[in-house]
Design a protein around this ligand. Sequence first.
Ligand code: TXA
Ligand code: MG
Length: 349
Amino acid sequence: MIRTRVYDLNTGFDAGIDDAARVIASGGLVAMPTETVYGLGANALDGDAVRRIFEVKGRPSDNPLIVHISEISQAERYALVTPLAEKLMRKFWPGPFTAVLKKKDVIPAVVSGGLDTVGLRLPDSRAARELISRSGCPIAAPSANLSGKPSPTTAEHCVRDLGGKIPVILDAGPCRVGVESTVVLLTGEVPVILRPGGITAEMILEEAGCVSISPAVMGGLKEGEKAASPGMKYKHYSPRARVSVVRSASADSLARHLMMLYDNDVSNGLNPIIMCMTETAELLGGRNVRVLGRNAEEVARNLFSELRGADDAGFDRIYFEGCQETGMGLAVMNRAIRAAGFDITDIDG
Ligand code: TXA
Ligand code: MG
């Protein structure tokens, strides 16, 4: 165990960033805020520092890390930037958009899990960009959770998972987006979404004129199939409680179905909770309910923190209202079905 220094950046911005920058520059790890989720950062050019990230998270070594930069112009130091990639970077950076490109040799193989590509991201978080620039190096950072757990959207979540294991945690309050960045393969003519996130498929289509969504985004991988994005093959976002996703176009039939499942659990001595949208919640009188929001953006912002909260409150069953896979709904459903181990019921048939 080491002592973890937690800085509130709203009251001590420079003290926190400067301490964290010294830690990064000397090969250590820092939990840092971004607009999506908190990241566990290390100097991306220091293979030993990056190896520590995998150890601390318990992350499989073939799952590559995203490299965070603080200026668009830095991208070409680390990757071969195609004209299409440049166009999308200019549109979506800073922001929740990760460009996967052919990597240059300065990026150690441990960062990219042995692949010949690297994911680059310029975060829309002043704290993250300032940390990168004061550290004097790009920062490799996965989400700052223990491998398999829901991603952290507050510094408190980072303290829970990583307190005593890393020297510094920076607190900039809850993350604005709440789900991770959109990971887009940009080595070919058509952008391929490997993981949906804060920048939607519709937004990429509008800018690029074409887009494709990897089948692994909403499906599981078949036995023996090779993952385009290695992260998609692992157990993900799992609270202790068992999660089921239930979806219907009709709020009434959804509510009836949820109440049936819920009441059945209660009579079996279980302690269930329903996570749903505002409209559905009004139809579920008397049951334990957490309202996730009025639209997919709000659900995205609350999703991970509610999954963690249900564990803290001792619920053992979570029923999660599924949504349409359009806009931010695709990112929400991608996370929800993984949290549920692909247990999803469309009650409309
Ligand atoms: O918003 C985010 O992206 C957050 C914040 C901290 O920036 N980071 C994050 O990192 O979510 P992580 O490691 O939890 O997820 C990265 C995902 C994984 O699914 C990984 O497999 C994929 O991106 N990925 C990274 N580099 C890749 C590459 N070169 N090729 C394909 N997939 C890649
Ligand atoms: Mg992650």
